[in-house]
Write a protein that binds this ligand. Sequence first.
Ligand SMILES: Nc1nc2c([nH]c(=O)n2[C@H]2C[C@H](O)[C@@H](COP(=O)(O)OP(=O)(O)OP(=O)(O)O)O2)c(=O)[nH]1
Length: 141
Amino acid sequence: MITPVLVVAAAIVDDLDDPRELLAARRAVPARLAGRWEFPGGKVDGDESPEDALHREIREELGVRIGLGDEVVGPDDGGWRLSEDYVMRIWLAEVVEGTPEPLVEHDELRWLAPHQWHDVPWLDADVRIVDRLASLSVRLS
Ligand SMILES: Nc1nc2c([nH]c(=O)n2[C@H]2C[C@H](O)[C@@H](COP(=O)(O)OP(=O)(O)OP(=O)(O)O)O2)c(=O)[nH]1
């Protein structure tokens, strides 16, 4: 079996202590993913730790610095299987410096208000992660 490539992503909320709004990013590329919404992030390079890769990806994609909260542990050996080729690890996060902008592979960002976290067409594999986040946020609030 081929080992899936590790993708890391951030579930950026307005406030880690009281998460209400969730940042979603709309993909502009590639064409088969364009128009669908996702968590900002990307692939881990060979020599990086997952956390370093996540800080790099968020700086490149959104132009901000983030602070990480807890990892949102998934059902697939702790991660979230996206497809045959990819598995994703995702952390809660908040912006600590800058204002997020869609700089590279996104064409729109949206802060989703409470109860609207499902209101954009997420990439298929992300829907169950949004479900998990919504249930966590209900428990936290
Ligand atoms: N970043 C990210 N990728 C996701 C999510 N959900 C999901 O299925 N994917 C898929 C889309 C891609 O096929 C794959 C790899 O992510 P990516 O294209 O963002 O990785 P990257 O930025 O390093 O890409 P590149 O520089 O090599 O073009 O993971 C998600 O929420 N965030």
